[in-house]
Design a protein around this ligand. Sequence first.
Ligand SMILES: Cc1cc2nc3c(=O)[nH]c(=O)nc-3n(C[C@H](O)[C@H](O)[C@H](O)COP(=O)(O)OP(=O)(O)OC[C@H]3O[C@@H](n4cnc5c(N)ncnc54)[C@H](O)[C@@H]3O)c2cc1C
Length: 302
Amino acid sequence: MRSVFLFLSSNRNLRKFMETSRSAHRFSSRFVAGSTLDEALDACEKVNRDGLMITLDYLGENVTSMDEAAACRDMYMRCIQAIERRGIKGNVSLKLTQFGIDLSEDACRQNVRELVCEAAKNGNFVRVDMESSEYTERTLNLVYDLYAETKSCGAVIQAYLKRSEADIEDLNRRRIRVRLCKGAYLEPPSVAIQDKAAVDRNYVKLAKKLLTDGNYPGLATHDERIIEELLTFVQEQNIPPERFEFQMLYGIRRDLQTRINRAGYRMRLYVPFGEAWYPYFMRRLAERPANVLFIARNLFRS
Ligand SMILES: Cc1cc2nc3c(=O)[nH]c(=O)nc-3n(C[C@H](O)[C@H](O)[C@H](O)COP(=O)(O)OP(=O)(O)OC[C@H]3O[C@@H](n4cnc5c(N)ncnc54)[C@H](O)[C@@H]3O)c2cc1C
């Protein structure tokens, strides 16, 4: 089932049809904070009022021209400036395929560099999301270079990739902030662990490495069992709550988000907005096919 959703997520025609259909928009509203920046910023302020931080994501990936990439850069520039102006507790997360990495790596780097420099001016931060494994090496290299120059960006590591332990050791040595997630793409056995229980075990192992040797890791998961295990670990190791944060996706496990935050731990929500919601939405369905029923019920209700 998971692979069907992930396969559908890469179908360009279906994507175009869904994103331009007015009625299909209703599907995405559970996971997406709005189609405009203003709607998203209002949602971020509400999240902040509830005591949680945010990272804002302008939806879009795999652009087909450098004009589109420049438009994404301009939107992200507006996001960074609005976060500063409105005093929002948060930063931005972006994907390199949105900045044209497939078309011109140099131009992509230049686009992202402008954003990281803008964030650095206000002491803020840019998280570079991790996409499928064909981008891992290039994404990490870009983060290494921009971090050396600005100290204001961080990386994402996926626990399902076999290379991740070595990458974390490298990132820890460089003191680069890491978000750890399980990984959301369809990957072959040559590069990724296929067994879900083994991915979960690797997640815990890597998270512990980040908690003891890393620089302010972001532990991105909704997996309650893993979170409990990590909380026991931080208590045993006397790791103070300000040395790390948990991260979750907007609209997913709101009960757990609040519970962890009320227990005294930092929580950041990944808040996506924009019109290009289809691939993001399909990855969320792939993680939990029961969401299809949830959405279908809401459609019939509305
Ligand atoms: C803040 C954040 C940033 C991320 N950034 C990236 C990235 O840059 N690159 C990348 O590849 N992946 C990214 N991901 C996605 C991640 O890789 C996983 O696909 C996703 O988080 C689901 O894994 P899980 O750890 O929650 O565990 P799972 O084992 O998938 O789920 C554990 C439990 O969480 C709940 N849950 C999980 N997903 C859903 C859902 N969609 N709907 C409802 N309940 C759900 C369910 O209760 C489930 O039983 C990110 C995730 C988060 C939270």
